[in-house]
Design a binder for this molecule. Structure first.
Ligand code: HMG
Ligand code: MG
Length: 297
């Protein structure tokens, strides 16, 4: 029996759009709720089936996303589209559940220095913090993604061993986390380094549960994505227009652009849910918002 190449599971690549969260969390200017909602509507129209729309973190730590409830309240419910958000603790989970989310993301790191700086906890403390979050999320039929940041290098601790990343994946798996997101937070990975991390993690969690989350500081993110694809990774995060970066990782630049990931997949014969014109419209919109002259008033 012949399978349409573009329809088989092996050839489908899931692209999760993180622009509204990772893209906007680092912006100096405050983007209004209307613009955020319009941006997300355009992402839905572009075909994204999963969009990380905001964070339920402390507004003192990330004021750019302090309007999480307001944004969520105005998002169109669309069949087949999953909205998710970062949740660092039970307080964040309470907010996410009240907002009606069906997916959340807990986030820690493979480096102690970054965990301390980003979430004010050791890695071990963060895992303990997530324990009740995962239990309660699952009780509410909410799925949980677990991010591991600094998978190759940390802005504070330097080089990170692949085994350290795999160890955190294992700890998240033991908590019951459903999928694992490998973050090259400062965009320094070479394809060979990323490959070693994927190999190590795929020994502890199934390859199909791994997402690769690249930032593009040194222009190697596309080569890394290509290597990950060749190894069997079928889930990637990106941000339209390549916007973003983490405010707690000095020097971190934007995520790899979603439109470039979609184009890479298409050029290699993989299928995504993304519509080319739709994604270009979303990228034009958000980069226009971010570069518009500030009004004098
Ligand atoms: P803390 O200061 O240790 O927390 O921060 P706390 O429990 O002591 O609480 C301090 C205050 O924050 C209290 O308020 C809490 O109520 C409040 P106060 O009594 O002072 O008025 N608070 C909250 N408010 C709302 N929602 C909450 C919440 N939690 C506490 N959920 C904490 C610890 C984890 C909260 C803090 O460090 C934090 O919010 N960090 C988030 C930082 C962040 O969002 N970083 C960017 C995302 S990570 C990233 O970009 C990497 C990624 O993209 C992958 C990659 O690229 O590698 C995911
Ligand atoms: Mg990131």
């Amino acid at each position: 029996m012949s399978h349409g190449v573009h329809r088989s599971a092996q050839n489908f690549v899931s692209l999760c759009e993180v622009g509204p969260r990772d893209g906007l969390q680092n912006e100096k200017r405050i983007i209004g709720v209307d613009e955020k909602v319009r941006y997300i509507e355009l992402l839905v129209a572009a075909g994204f089936r999963e969009i990380e729309v905001t964070s339920f973190v402390s507004p003192k730590w990330v004021p750019q996303l302090a309007d999480a409830e307001q944004v969520l309240a105005r998002l169109p419910a669309k069949h087949g589209v999953l909205y998710s958000a970062l949740v660092p603790n039970e307080q964040g989970l309470d907010r996410a559940l009240a907002a009606g989310l069906k997916k959340i993301a807990v986030f820690t790191a493979a480096s102690e220095g970054f965990a301390r700086k980003n979430i004010n906890a050791t890695i071990a403390e963060s895992i303990e913090r997530f324990r009740p979050v995962v239990v309660r999320a699952h009780e509410a039929s909410v799925s949980v993604r677990g991010y591991v940041s600094c998978i190759v290098a940390c802005p504070i601790d330097g080089a990170i061993a692949p085994e350290a990343v795999a160890k955190v994946c294992q700890q998240l798996k033991d908590l019951g986390v459903d999928e694992f997101d490998l973050g090259d937070t400062i965009g320094v990975a070479h394809p060979d380094e990323l490959a070693r991390v994927i190999e190590a993690c795929a020994c502890v969690v199934p390859m199909e549960t791994l997402t690769v989350h690249l930032h593009d500081t040194f222009g190697r993110a596309m080569a890394c994505a290509e290597r990950a694809l060749s190894m069997g990774v079928r889930r990637f995060d990106g941000s339209t227009g390549g916007i973003g970066g983490c405010p707690y990782a000095l020097g971190a630049t934007g995520n790899v652009a979603s439109e470039r990931l979609a184009a890479l997949c298409a050029s290699r014969g993989y299928c995504t849910s993304i519509d080319r014109e739709g994604i270009d419209a979303a990228a034009r919109f958000i980069t226009g918002v971010l570069t518009a002259p500030l009004s004098a008033s």
